[in-house]
Design a protein around this ligand. Sequence first.
Ligand code: PMP
Length: 426
Amino acid sequence: MSTSEQLFEQAQHHIPGGVNSPVRAFKAVGGTPIFIERSEGPYIYDCEGRRYIDYVLSWGPMLMGHNHPQVREAVIRQCEKGLSFGTPTELETRLADRICEIMPGMDLVRMVNSGTEATMSAIRLARGFTGRDSIVKFEGCYHGHSDSLLVKAGSGALTLGVPSSPGVPAALADHTMTLTYNDSEGLRQAFAEHGDRIACVIVEPVAGNMNCIPPQPGFLETMRELCSAHGAVLIVDEVMTGFRFGLQGAQGYYGIEADLTCLGKVIGGGMPVGAFGGKREIMEQIAPLGPVYQAGTLSGNPVAMAAGLATLEVISAPGFYEPIFTHTAQLCAGLERAASDAGVAFTTNHAGSMFGGFFTAAEAVSNYAQVMACDTAAFNRFFHQMLQQGVYLAPASYEAGFMSSAHSDADIEQTVTAARSAFASL
Ligand code: PMP
């Protein structure tokens, strides 16, 4: 049997950093990533047979826990008929119909293979539809790795963006304005100064890529109002939140409606799927109906569609979400109590089935600067203490945690007990 150390060493021979997505490499927390062999319900099992209670859930998709029998069987049944045809299938229509039936403001939807593709395509569509180039995003929100979206704030809130990765042309970053999350006033000012140039605003309705930052009352509503007033497209990136906050996603949860919605993660039940969709007049601009080009060899893949359909069937059962939300709140309360008993400055945020913990004495954490001011070294020690006790948290302090319907009271209790000992050791 190989250890994770051995496998990681071998992986680095031909895979950059040994991983196919950077945060998996444990660079932020140090140490060796655990190599996983199998998963079941709330648990993942590493190559040495060790079990972990998993709050990463493949970075969000596994809302029903790992290896759900209904999804697994749907995938196997479809595999027996063939893996990919490159032609239309009835499965695509059924999934599109179901998504449009459920999601607010969704008239037409296009399937893609990842969240990155969904947001990248939605941005192009918004630009094509409005005939404008500038886009607005928020500091600390991540929308995948396409050029226009890998842009951070310039020196002042209203300056144009600067590339956050080599390889992103400055000329392209110039078209991205990066504002402060939860700052409605900043958004008003941006529209007042640049309103006729803004093609779209793209937002994570609950930010999950700078730990977990829920929207403050009025923030999403202001955004909706300003986009409508200035003819800009509101893109709500629900790649993470879609189907995690109830069937209607964060839009249903907070009572707002996007012009375009991006989906991913849960919608594929663990298979590579993304989607973007929304108002008919905008979506009709996409090829072959309209002139805005977008395509994909494996888009609408039948195996992935079967997984998505099975997932939607399971999560549509009455009462599916309430226990997950309750467990999320219970876990956060338990972690806060454990920290407080150990005298550790720590607070949590949660919304729906997403949560985050912050090593800070601050009462509330509501934007990127506040997240960055937290004690990362304390988180890193806490992370490894939890890992040793069989609890897998995201291996970086700026990632949200996820709850699934498979997590039980006993899993939460075990996690809080582990946290007591981890906090005490800090
Ligand atoms: N949008 C959001 C909100 C995300 O959280 C992510 C991925 N974490 C993406 C887009 C990109 O999705 P993918 O990794 O599937 O390309």
